[in-house]
Design a protein around this ligand. Structure first.
Ligand code: MSP
Length: 670
């Protein structure tokens, strides 16, 4: 019976359009799923979207849409992007689907029947951004996860007896050292649980965008209970057809970002225990993708869209870069420069060049058929060294990849590419090809066989990471469809004499200097580049490179090819006149000021990168223009709610927009 393998991504919030941070998790899972399939496991790969909760409800309000409209649109965008990136998910679950809702209610009833749900009331803080109950802090306190101000919630709620699971969870962590990886996350979770678990509110009653609590529809189920359940509802848990659930649960690997460890490693296993269900075998947390040294996220406005990279370099380039460049588990930086450098060095000049020179010479010197390497006289130690290196590469790569050390695994495989390149240079097959004597022909056959066999091995190993190019190289090697190749069988010497090569074509054309500009232009087209956004930036405004602009494209804005937007798009930006009430420097940040700005109906805290241009005392009482409907973001631990509009002359300091006439506070600019 074949081994089964079930792998999941977190499900993505639909308040933000997909970016390469989301793609990162999904690509890592896709690479693992592809390798498992090649190893013969019956594999199930689940991804999807997280569509309920207050955060989504508010995002929909802000976009003037119903929550269902917004979720339909954004969920479809995620799915379309995953398809464009050739991600081989088996199911895409949406939490607004009926199958999910019914199954979540079934889970709720199970936990209730088992005596772990009771009614109570919650008075405390709640972070809408993280959808997190923040116990034991006072009104206005910042969220311990994201630093945004929490809101006070006073509601009648249902509670989950999380406290009953403290010892059971600790026993599970102790008995299963691989349950949470890496070690740092495991330690964090253990100390969180050891410090004591309080019961958890698992329903909300002050808004309605969620799954109704069975028999008490005034309440909706807490969005994290709803969302976490997707990993089993997608398999048909609690439905009339549980075949997939019976076969695939518990999951072999649940991949998450490090910010959602507590939900997955404490709440999720406790919910499962309460329902009497088995726990996943392993939860693996990766680090963050940073851009301009900050976590890439919509609220920071520093995202890079996957489409930009797909358009210019293709999806293999993005997949390879993310898995090669970032040490899995740690944070890593993205930049277009680094992407293009890796692409050229490892893909165009590395694997791509090895494939094209080897296959072209076989075509030229052996009429496109794999030559035979056996003649003793034609054999020497350098050939054996390549065969040995290939054997070692297979073992090392496999061990590293199966511990999700993608970067090191790829380093090992590309070490092999470099070794074969050197071998080719040293053996000069092009010179041998010019000679007609039998010995030279035999030697040429050996050199090209050895190169082609090494190429085949690297191609098979790298397929899960760069599926498009390796499928092509495999077909060019005359080996058919790589997806049906049994990777567990991979060993030196399988390439058969006389195999007829397919059509040879370059798989990774070299990227020239314009590639970076092209990508930056595509990104900038998707962002507004007004001085308003730059005034909020903590980077020196005048020196900020184009890619550092913090603006984001307003939701749903249509940008014409010449970069123009419609009046409706402009109308989405709410510009208002405000008056500075308080201005002070931000400790430890030379360029930032913290301002309190009166907008008429409310006072906003805004953090602006204008400290080098304006002394704080000169600003108090001054009228300024504020982008009032910008999603909040955090700078140096302070939440900034809006942005001050300024002109940013090249090489100069920002100049605040102002009026010659007096304009009442709160007036809208249009
Ligand atoms: N909806 C919740 C998860 C529920 S799972 C039951 C959520 N969604 S999210 O869209 O905000 O983030 C989902 C995942 O996207 C993160 O856990 C992480 O895996 C990935 N990433 C989002 N931004 C990222 C980076 N900048 N870098 C790396 N991964 C990032 O949390």
């Amino acid at each position: 019976m074949s081994k089964k393998f079930y792998i999941t991504t977190p499900i993505y919030y639909v308040n933000a359009r997909p970016h390469i941070g989301h793609a990162y998790t999904t690509i890592a899972c896709d690479a693992i799923a592809r390798r498992q399939r090649m190893l013969g496991s019956e594999t199930y790969f689940l991804t999807g979207t997280d569509e309920h909760g207050q955060k989504i409800e508010r995002a929909a309000q802000a976009a003037n849409k119903t929550p269902q409209q917004l979720t339909n649109e954004v969920s479809a965008e995620f799915r379309a992007l995953w398809d464009r990136m050739n991600l081989t998910y088996d199911d895409f679950i949406r939490t607004t689907s009926d199958r999910h809702k019914q199954s979540v209610q079934f889970l709720w009833r199970k936990i209730q029947e088992n005596g772990y749900i009771y009614k109570g009331s919650y008075t405390g803080q709640y972070c809408v951004f993280d959808e997190l109950y923040v116990d034991a802090v006072g009104p206005g306190a910042p969220c311990p996860e994201c630093g945004r101000p929490t809101e006070t919630v006073q509601e009648e709620n249902y509670f989950f007896k999380l406290s009953a699971f403290q010892d059971k969870l600790l026993a599970h962590y102790n008995g299963n050292p691989d349950f949470i990886r890496p070690e740092t996350r495991r330690n964090e979770v253990m100390s969180f649980v050891k410090s004591g678990l309080r019961d958890l509110s698992i329903s909300r009653s002050t808004f309605s965008w969620g799954i109704p609590v069975p028999d008490d529809p005034k309440h909706v189920i807490y969005v994290w209970l709803d969302a976490l359940a997707n990993y089993i509802t997608a398999l048909g848990y609690g439905s009339s057809d549980t075949k997939l659930y019976d076969k695939f649960w518990p999951a072999d690997l649940q991949m998450i970002g490090k910010e959602i460890v507590r939900f997955h490693c404490v709440y999720w296993p406790a919910f499962l225990m309460a329902a009497g269900l088995p726990l996943p075998k392993g939860i693996l947390a990766h680090g963050w993708l940073l851009f301009e040294e900050n976590k890439m996220s919509k609220s920071r406005g520093n995202i890079v869209r996957a489409e930009t990279i797909l358009d210019v370099l293709g999806s293999d380039a993005l997949r390879y870069f993310l898995l090669r460049e970032i040490v899995f588990g740690q944070d890593g930086s993205f930049s277009f420069d680094a992407l293009v450098q890796r692409y050229n060095a490892d893909l165009a000049n590395g694997l791509g060049n090895l494939a094209s020179r080897t296959l072209t010479m076989i075509t030229r010197y052996f009429r496109g058929e794999i030559p035979y390497p056996s003649a003793k006289a034609s054999h020497n130690a350098s050939d054996d060294a390549i065969a040995d290196a290939a054997r070692k590469t297979i073992n090392e790569y496999s061990a590293l990849f199966d511990q999700q050390q993608f970067s090191r695994a790829l380093e090992v495989a590309w070490g092999m590419v470099a070794a074969v390149d050197k071998y080719i240079v040293e053996n000069e097959p092009w010179a041998l090809g010019e000679k007609q004597d039998e010995e030279s022909r035999a030697r040429l056959a050996t050199v090209l066989y050895t190169s082609a066999e090494a190429l085949r091995i690297v191609t098979a190993l790298a397929h899960p990471v760069i599926p498009d190019a390796t499928s092509k190289i495999w077909a060019q090697l005359g080996l058919g469809d790589i997806r049906s190749y049994a990777l567990s069988d991979l060993h030196w010497g399988q390439l058969k004499l006389g195999t007829k090569l397919g059509n040879i074509q370059a798989v990774f054309p070299r990227a020239d200097k314009t590639a970076i500009d092209k990508m930056q232009r595509l990104e900038d087209q998707g962002r507004s580049t007004t001085g308003a956004t730059q005034a909020q930036s903590p980077t020196p405004v005048a020196n900020a490179p184009a890619s550092a602009t913090q603006a984001i494209k307003p939701a749903g804005a249509t940008v014409t090819p010449d970069g123009k937007i419609s009046i409706d798009d402009f109308a989405k930006v709410e510009l208002r006149v405000g008056q500075v009430k308080v201005a002070e420097r931000v400790k430890g940040a030379d360029k930032l000021l913290r301002l309190e700005v009166d907008l008429g109906s409310e006072t906003r805290q805004v953090v602006a990168g204008i400290a080098e241009a304006y002394a704080p005392e000169t600003l108090v009482g001054r009228k300024v223009v504020i982008v009032a409907n910008l999603a909040p973001r955090k700078l140096r631990g302070l939440e900034s709610n809006g942005m001050i509009v300024a002109a940013s002359p090249d090489g100069g300091k920002p100049v605040l927009a102002s009026f010659l006439e007096d304009v009442p506070v709160g007036t809208r600019l249009k």
